[in-house]
Design a protein around this ligand. Structure first.
Ligand SMILES: Cc1cc2nc3c(=O)[nH]c(=O)nc-3n(C[C@H](O)[C@H](O)[C@H](O)COP(=O)(O)OP(=O)(O)OC[C@H]3O[C@@H](n4cnc5c(N)ncnc54)[C@H](O)[C@@H]3O)c2cc1C
Length: 432
């Protein structure tokens, strides 16, 4: 394929007519249909460094693709250079030292499968085709977070390519400021080519419980669920799901299912159970059981909030749901144990993360679908205390970081990427 752009010596570049180009630019949200001028398929750190230098030389906007799950498709630059990390999906595990080295383009399933061979795991999200890269850099919430902290709390070191095309490492002892910023600051400071994760012995067993109650008991059930959550063991992550006037609550448990007997009974006591589902499953199945409903062919829209408390008024507002999916997932436990100043990630005192989401296929429905989600999320704004960086969908970054954190992140951005080469992300602008 001929190109008007010069060809770098070693880098594999895809142009619009090349096989694999369309696959590379296709991401999770089918609303995203952007066409990079060129896609750099990166197989190693040197490729990534060459791609950054190539983009700079040719004045191309950079997008960085790992799992392609960002709701707004930030990985795909229209007319720019997409740095495609997906060939870099290797995971090496040292079971004795309980460490995993994960390349920057790996998916969560690849990390989970490699670690579970030894009964090990670290915090990762709930859908296995999500990227380790984007998820971990923004924080990384998963079923193990209440036991072991967020994904970013379990990173011992990062290797990354900076805006200058240099390769640097960040850990508690090497470039500690950068390490601080990478723990929750998103893709702002460079392209991570390798994460070193701490692993934990979690065994291979899990349980998911889900209870449905009559519509008119919704308010009392959610209040009882809120109180129960305050004393829940860390193996349990409480969940609630609301759609229209239907409500179910439950929890995901990582550990020995035999230890859930008492907790299960407490849920039965919350109200008149009309349906219950108790599923014992392997940890790997837990980590992929939502893969199909979260599959790739749909148009998508979502909004999220962090709730620092769940007041009775907030519950009433939640229950005025216009027929769209809405979920709550509990934080707390080891997430809140980490001092707020230790990492860029903020809002560790969150009680529940809220997400309302919808999916559809006909572009003619775009406006109505988006408006319904926006209106419902807006009706809950007054109860929110910020939002998760990785669920921001067009809102200000100030929702993810309080002013002092944002000021420190801005200084870091100014030091590492003064001209904002990496801006197709949840962007922290350098000082001008
Ligand atoms: C179905 C689904 C389930 C989800 N479940 C969870 C969950 O359980 N827990 C949770 O915390 N979040 C969850 N999320 C949110 C998720 O964390 C974000 O969507 C995140 O951006 C996904 O990362 P990615 O690598 O797949 O996305 P991409 O679109 O590939 O990347 C998003 C951005 O991350 C940056 N980035 C990615 N990789 C790198 C890298 N190696 N170096 C530098 N920058 C990089 C880039 O700025 C890029 O624009 C979910 C999202 C979806 C769609």
């Amino acid at each position: 394929m001929t190109s008007t752009l010069p060809q770098p010596a070693t880098l594999a570049l895809l142009h619009a007519s090349d096989p694999g180009y369309d696959e590379a630019r296709t991401v999770w949200n089918a609303m995203v249909d952007r066409r990079p001028a060129v896609v750099a398929k990166c197989h190693c750190t040197e490729d990534v460094a060459a791609a950054v230098r190539y983009a700079r030389t040719n004045d191309l906007e950079i997008g960085v693709r790992c799992g392609g799950h960002n709701i707004a498709g930030l990985a795909v630059p229209d007319g720019g250079l997409m740095i495609d990390l997906t060939p870099m999906n290797e995971v090496r595990v040292d079971p004795d030292r309980q460490l995993a080295w994960v390349q920057g383009g790996a998916l969560l399933g690849e990390l989970d499968r490699a670690a579970q061979k030894f009964g090990l795991a670290t915090t990762a999200g709930n859908v296995s085709h999500t990227g380790v890269g984007g998820l971990t850099l923004g924080g990384g919430m998963g079923w193990l977070a209440r036991q072991f902290g967020l994904a970013c709390d379990n990173v011992a070191s990062y290797q990354l390519v900076t805006a200058d095309g240099e390769v640097v490492r960040a850990s508690a002892t090497e470039n500690p400021d950068l390490f601080w910023g990478l723990r929750g600051g998103g893709g702002n400071f460079g392209i991570v080519t390798e994460f070193e994760f701490r692993l934990h012995h979690v065994g291979t067993r899990a349980l998911v419980a889900d209870f449905t109650y009559p519509v008119d008991e919704g308010f009392d059930v959610l209040r009882g669920w809120r109180e129960l959550n305050a004393v829940a063991p860390r193996q349990a992550t409480f969940t609630a799901s609301i759609k229209g006037d239907s409500l179910s609550v439950g929890f995901a448990w990582v550990g020995d299912p035999a230890e859930t007997t008492e907790l299960l009974q407490s849920f039965r006591d919350l109200g008149t159970v009309v349906a219950e589902s108790i599923e014992e499953l392997s940890y790997l199945t837990l980590q992929s059981r939502d893969d199909s409903i979260q599959g790739h062919r749909y148009r998508r829209y979502w909004k999220g909030h962090y709730f620092k408390q769940l007041t009775d008024d907030a519950i009433r507002a939640l229950l005025r749901n216009p027929g769209v999916g809405a979920s709550l997932q509990a934080y707390g436990g080891a997430i809140a144990d980490v001092p707020d100043t230790e990492a860029a990630f903020s809002h560790r005192d969150t009680l529940f993360e809220f997400v309302t989401a919808t999916r559809w296929e006909d572009p003619a429905d775009d406006a109505a679908r988006i408006a319904t989600i926006r209106d419902y999320a807006a009706s809950l704004d007054q109860y929110a205390g910020g939002a998760y960086l990785n669920t921001l969908n067009g809102e200000t970054i100030k929702r993810a970081f309080p002013p002092a954190k944002l000021a420190r992140l801005t200084d870091l951005k100014t030091a590492y990427d003064p001209t904002n080469i990496f801006h197709l992300n949840q962007n922290i602008r350098p000082a001008s």
